[in-house]
Ligand binder design. Structure first.
Ligand SMILES: C[S@@+](CC[C@H](N)C(=O)[O-])C[C@H]1O[C@@H](n2cnc3c(N)ncnc32)[C@H](O)[C@@H]1O
Length: 227
C-alpha cells in the first residue's frame, strides 16, 4: 500500500495496521526457530495449551545468552516451550528449575528436553509454586520467569526477588493480558484481569527493581534487581 493510501485511514485504524504490518515484517525477517521448538510450538497450539508467543521465547533466549544465565527458575512449565527456548540458550553448566503441578503437561516438556539433550540441565518440580517457593534452596538466580496463575503473581514476585542475584532479572508474561489490562475497568472484570492490573503497578514501582513492560507477545515485564 502506498504511503498516501495508508494516510487516508483514521489514526486509530492506522495504528492498528502499523502494528500488524510491523509484526508481520519482523516475523518474516527473523530466522525460524529450531525444528524442535517449531514442533513443540505447533503441538501447544494444536492442543490449546497456553505457551508464550514466539517473540517472547526469542526474547527469553536473547536474555539468557546475554547474561550467560546458568541459574534459572521458571514458574509455569506446561509443555516446556519457554523452558526449551531458555535451556537451549544456557551455557553447558547451566541449570533450570521449572515448576508446574500438571504432570501430563510436564511429561511432554520432559520428552522434548530429552530430545534436545537438555533433560540433565532441567529439574521439573510437580508441585504448586506457592508450596515450592518458600523453601526453594537456590540463591543468586540469574533469571526468574513467571508464567503461571495470574492471581498469584504478586506472591511469586515477593518470594522470588530475594532469590535473584543483584542485576538478575525477573521476567513476567501476560502483563497486557490480551488487551484487558489497558481496557476501561468494569465490574465484570475477572479476578485475573484485576490481579494483573494490580501486579503491573506493584512491579513497576517495586523498590528493589528497575522494571519495565514491553509490548512483545502478550506484554512482557522485565525487572532487574537493583537492591
Ligand atoms: C501459561 S502456562 C505456562 C506456559 C509455559 N511457560 C510456556 O510458555 O511454554 C501456565 C502453567 O501454569 C501451571 N500452573 C497451574 N497452577 C500452578 C501452580 N500453582 N504453580 C505453578 N504452575 C501452575 C499450569 O498447569 C500451566 O501449565
Amino acid at each position: 500500500m502506498s504511503h498516501a493510501a495508508y494516510e487516508r485511514f483514521p489514526r486509530g485504524e492506522r495504528d492498528k495496521r502499523t502494528a500488524v504490518r510491523d509484526s508481520d515484517y519482523l516475523r518474516r525477517l527473523h530466522r525460524n526457530p529450531s525444528p524442535l521448538l517449531l514442533e513443540l510450538e505447533q503441538m501447544g497450539h494444536a492442543d490449546d495449551v497456553p505457551i508464550v508467543a514466539r517473540d517472547t521465547g526469542r526474547l527469553l533466549s536473547t536474555l539468557v545468552h546475554a547474561m550467560q544465565a546458568n541459574r534459572i527458575l521458571e514458574i509455569g512449565t506446561a509443555y516446556g516451550y519457554s523452558t526449551l527456548w531458555m535451556a537451549l540458550a544456557m551455557p553447558p553448566a547451566g541449570k533450570l528449575w521449572t515448576i508446574d503441578p500438571d504432570t501430563e503437561r510436564t511429561s511432554i516438556a520432559l520428552e522434548f528436553l530429552e530430545r534436545a539433550n537438555k533433560a540433565d540441565s532441567v529439574n521439573v518440580m510437580n508441585q504448586p509454586a506457592l508450596e515450592v517457593l518458600p523453601t526453594f534452596p537456590v540463591r543468586n538466580l540469574d533469571i526468574v520467569f513467571i508464567d503461571a496463575i495470574k492471581t498469584e503473581y504478586e506472591e511469586y514476585l515477593e518470594l522470588t526477588v530475594p532469590l535473584l542475584k543483584r542485576s538478575g532479572l525477573v521476567v513476567v508474561d501476560n502483563l497486557l493480558w490480551d488487551g484487558k489490562s489497558a481496557a476501561e475497568p468494569t465490574s465484570h472484570d475477572s479476578a485475573a484481569t484485576r490481579a494483573i492490573r494490580d501486579f503491573n503497578r506493584t512491579f513497576l514501582n517495586h523498590p528493589q527493581l528497575d522494571a519495565t513492560i514491553v509490548p512483545i507477545g502478550d506484554g512482557v515485564g522485565i525487572g532487574s534487581r537493583i537492591e
